[in-house]
Design a protein around this ligand. Structure first.
Ligand code: ADP
Length: 251
């Protein structure tokens, strides 16, 4: 089966400040459908937001954020486990840091684990090891981790599910006349240097980290699809019926 990576952002998993269990269930439902045709790897944010439901400390302070991530990661996995239970899908957790990709030897260790899990139809769920990785946590809401995972673990396509329908010619939250770009073949270097523009308090990436992820994948001959995580029919159409009705395909 072809391998795909699905990345869900905090903005997509949270309802206000709490983890949205209905959305996690919706994701589990579509992933179980996708698994009939693809080997799926999930990259999921949401540890800090989950932790914040148990301990309300200021998550803008780095140490607090890391503490919240360490509280929230098992809670997040518990939510996924419950959601996948009814589909009989076993899940696995992999916490990665950039160092895991800095040598062929390190990457192979992680890849071997992924290969083994997928061969047994288990769903690997990857997150950044926020609790110890200090530069990473401020870096980008798992978008680039998703791109690395796709490239180094052999997936042709990274799907990024966000709170936005795709990549627009300008920020749609500021410009009501912004138009979605259905297909993008290359990204202007200037677009990669803009300020980060996350839409939501738990999100850290904004569009720039998504463009950096897309740029990395395009340069490595892989694809990325940016789509709205609250409109999973679009993803279903795209991946299972080969119909591109919305979302941006970087290819
Ligand atoms: P996530 O948590 O899913 O990673 P982010 O909030 O970090 O989501 O990033 C998505 C946000 O990027 C959008 O909601 C929007 O506010 C912002 N954005 C800025 N410019 C653009 C653009 N040209 N096209 C789409 N989104 C943009």
């Amino acid at each position: 089966k072809p391998r795909i990576v699905l990345k869900v952002g905090s903005s997509n998993l949270c309802n206000g400040k709490i983890i949205d269990k209905t959305q996690i269930q919706a994701l589990a439902n579509i992933i179980s459908e996708l698994k009939t045709q693809y080997d799926v790897i999930l990259v999921s944010s949401g540890a800090v937001a989950s932790g914040h439901t148990e301990l309300t400390i200021d998550r803008n302070i780095l140490q607090n954020k890391q503490a919240l991530a360490s509280i929230g990661q098992p809670l997040l996995m518990e939510s996924y486990r419950n959601a996948f239970l009814q589909h009989n899908i076993t899940i696995a957790q992999l916490l990665l840091v950039w160092r895991d990709f800095d040598s062929r030897r390190h990457t192979d260790f992680a890849k071997n684990t992924i290969d083994t899990l997928l061969s047994h139809n288990v769903l690997p769920i990857i997150n950044e090891n926020d609790t110890i990785a200090t530069d990473e946590i401020v870096f980008g809401d798992n978008d680039r981790l998703g791109a690395y995972v796709a490239h180094y673990f052999g997936a042709k396509l990274l799907v990024i599910l966000s709170d936005i329908d795709g990549y627009f010619d300008k920020n749609p939250h500021q410009f009501p006349d912004a138009k979605i770009l259905p297909i993008v073949h290359s990204i202007a270097p200037s677009a990669l240097q803009e300020n980060h523009t996350p839409n939501e308090s738990f999100a850290t990436g904004g569009i720039v980290t998504k463009l950096l992820a897309a740029d990395f994948l395009l340069k490595h001959n892989r694809m990325m699809f940016l789509s709205n995580g609250r409109k999973l029919d679009i993803l279903r159409d795209f991946l299972l019926h080969k119909k591109h009705t919305s979302g941006t395909l970087f290819c």
